[in-house]
Design a protein around this ligand. Sequence first.
Ligand code: AMP
Length: 207
Amino acid sequence: MNIILLGAPGAGKGTQASKIAGKYKLLHISTGDIFRANIKGGTEIGKIAKSYIDAGKLVPDSVTCDIVKDRLTWDDARHGYMLDGFPRNLFQAQELDKFAHIDLCLNIDVEEALLMDRICGRRVCSCGESYHVSTLNGATTCAKCGKELYQRADDNPETVKARLDTYNTQTAPLIDYYKAQGKLAVVKSGEGSPDLVFEQICKVLGH
Ligand code: AMP
């Protein structure tokens, strides 16, 4: 099964992706993670991506589509995968349809008013875990692996505003795109805990 995780920044895609990967054994492919690894490694792709990411804009489609197209040819993607953060506009979705078969698009729907606080209070670990400062009780290390938590460079109010604008204008139209293909499933992520959201996802994916 190949699925897309759709949702605004801060909707909890990364958190749900870890849970889905664990239960359904789907490979988690996050374009954001790929870009951040490239930035850390000082690669050419990283150099191109950094200025766009810092501005809350989308990295050019040519770069992004090539990365995903290549990643899907790796052996570990043969048994099903979950795309997190791709596609992010109609062009990318149309390109994806040329080189992949997608079974389902899971949209994590969340009220915009909740997003700014969620993202700006987010602390992440390099192992993939994500927390909110309000639940950390002052802890600075990951409860899962013990590594130091950090704040993503683009999780600041100014960049988040730009990322939300980008989402609304470029990514949200994908909801209708996948609806028209009969592949859309929506789960609501209000104030509910990640576990409650995951329960809804399990209902969609089957136990
Ligand atoms: P994310 O970790 O998914 O929030 O992505 C962080 C940033 O990486 C985004 O704000 C974009 O600048 C960039 N990015 C991630 N995925 C894509 C994509 N599919 N197309 C273009 N830019 C992307």
